[in-house]
Design a protein around this ligand. Structure first.
Ligand SMILES: Cc1cc2nc3c(=O)[nH]c(=O)nc-3n(C[C@H](O)[C@H](O)[C@H](O)COP(=O)(O)O)c2cc1C
Length: 167
């Protein structure tokens, strides 16, 4: 079974979550193709899709939104899971969760998971540094790898069960 892991990251922390999810699925015996979200991807090659995005200013990254919107009809016909990376512990002004809810219903996602994010101010753009200074955000890494791996493990379990039923 082939799984597409499509991940939209700006500064790399969400891509690393995608890497961890892909590793769990590969270890469970799935063939995984990890890439940035691309509306032109040959979705017929995949049996399931995991799509994730970093959240900035309350929104998913534009490439992830475009992929889900353009390919919504094809995605609704497959098992799809979404995740978003965002909340960081040093600031409570950013609203966690919710950004992906409308996208989840658009593609009839099996699940929408929110993972803690990472802030490394040395990697931000000048504008982002200004915003994070204003809201008082400091460097932190709130990604819980056990939670991430457990979530990916549940996806593998679900796909395993469904493959057994249909064989
Ligand atoms: C300028 C800026 C705006 C952000 N806005 C949000 C937000 O609205 N909601 C949220 O949950 N996280 C927000 N974050 C936190 C990021 O989503 C988090 O740092 C994430 O791990 C970044 O992912 P990336 O490294 O893959 O780009 C923001 C971070 C920055 C720097």
């Amino acid at each position: 079974m082939r799984v597409l892991v499509a991940v939209a990251s700006k500064h790399g922390s969400t891509a690393e979550i995608g890497d961890a999810i892909s590793r769990v699925l590969v270890d469970a015996g799935y063939e995984v193709y990890q890439a940035v979200p691309d509306p032109d991807v040959a979705l017929e090659r995949f049996d399931a899709v995991v799509c994730g995005s970093a959240v900035y200013g309350g929104s998913w990254r534009p490439d992830a939104v475009r992929f889900l919107e353009v390919r919504a009809d094809d995605l609704r016909a497959k098992p799809v899971w979404l995740f978003e990376t965002g909340p960081v512990s040093s600031v409570d002004l950013i609203e966690p969760g919710g950004a992906g809810i409308a996208l989840g219903s658009l593609v009839a996602a099996r699940g929408l998971q929110v993972f803690g994010g990472k802030l490394d101010r040395s990697r931000l753009t000048v504008g982002e540094k200004v915003i994070t200074r204003i809201v008082g955000a400091t460097d932190s890494d709130d990604r819980d790898w056990d939670v991430i791996k457990a979530w990916a493990g549940k996806i593998a379990e679900t796909l395993d069960k469904e493959a057994q039923v249909s064989s």
